[in-house]
Design a protein around this ligand. Structure first.
Ligand SMILES: [Zn+2]
Length: 203
């Protein structure tokens, strides 16, 4: 049987709370920097991303998905972004992909093969397929991280429920150095494409 980290986590947690190690992190649910970040679940970004962007506890909302992708316009990721903007006072959206992303190497056919190897019955895979779910398409990653980030940025900018005038930025992070490269500046985009909304924000 695999060794689970659950007990280790629970005993650490008990002493964390007992010795009030949470005190430096006390803050509110509203982001001080009024932003929401959508990024990848990559292990290298867990601490590096906030540090490299000078984000501390209380500064931002963070939504994570494999590859920082919004794969469905009415899925949980998009819903989280909308909740952050409408109910939690986030006024800007950052989509931050990264180089060497695991999602760019995902082979959907191979992953389905791994499911079968781990005991998912092939009949179940077929039932899912026959229910109209394109498993291969659903599991598909992306070839190029810039294209993928820009695709998500485009989807968020043009989402019918996203308030107009919300800057949506696209960036890529180096998972070793934390260096950010700007792909698309949401403010510039608004000035060019929705000048009326930009004026509204500045007033
Ligand atoms: Zn990734």
């Amino acid at each position: 049987m695999m060794k689970s980290s659950l007990n280790e986590i629970l005993s650490f947690n008990e002493s964390f709370v007992k010795f009030k190690q949470y005190e430096p992190y006390i803050t509110s649910k509203f982001p001080d920097k009024k932003s929401v970040i959508l990024t990848c679940m990559d292990t290298r970004l867990v601490e590096l991303l906030p540090k490299a962007m000078n984000m501390r506890n209380g500064d931002v909302k963070v939504v994570k998905s494999a590859g920082a992708q919004v794969s469905h316009p009415f899925g949980a990721i998009m819903r989280s972004l909308l909740v952050a903007v409408y109910e939690l006072k986030a006024d800007e959206v950052y989509v931050i992909g990264h180089h060497d992303c695991g999602m760019s190497a995902i082979d959907p056919e191979l992953m389905i093969h791994h499911m079968i190897e781990r005991g998912v019955n092939e009949d179940i895979i077929n039932t899912v397929k026959f229910s109209g779910i394109d498993l291969v398409e659903w599991l598909r990653g992306f070839g190029d991280v810039s294209t993928s980030v820009l695709k998500s940025v485009d989807l968020i900018r043009n989402h019918p429920l996203m308030p107009s005038g919300t800057p949506v930025h696209g960036l890529i992070m180096d998972p070793n150095t934390g260096k950010l490269d700007l792909l698309s500046d949401g403010n510039e985009y608004l000035t060019k494409n929705h000048p009326a909304d930009t004026t509204k924000i500045e007033q």
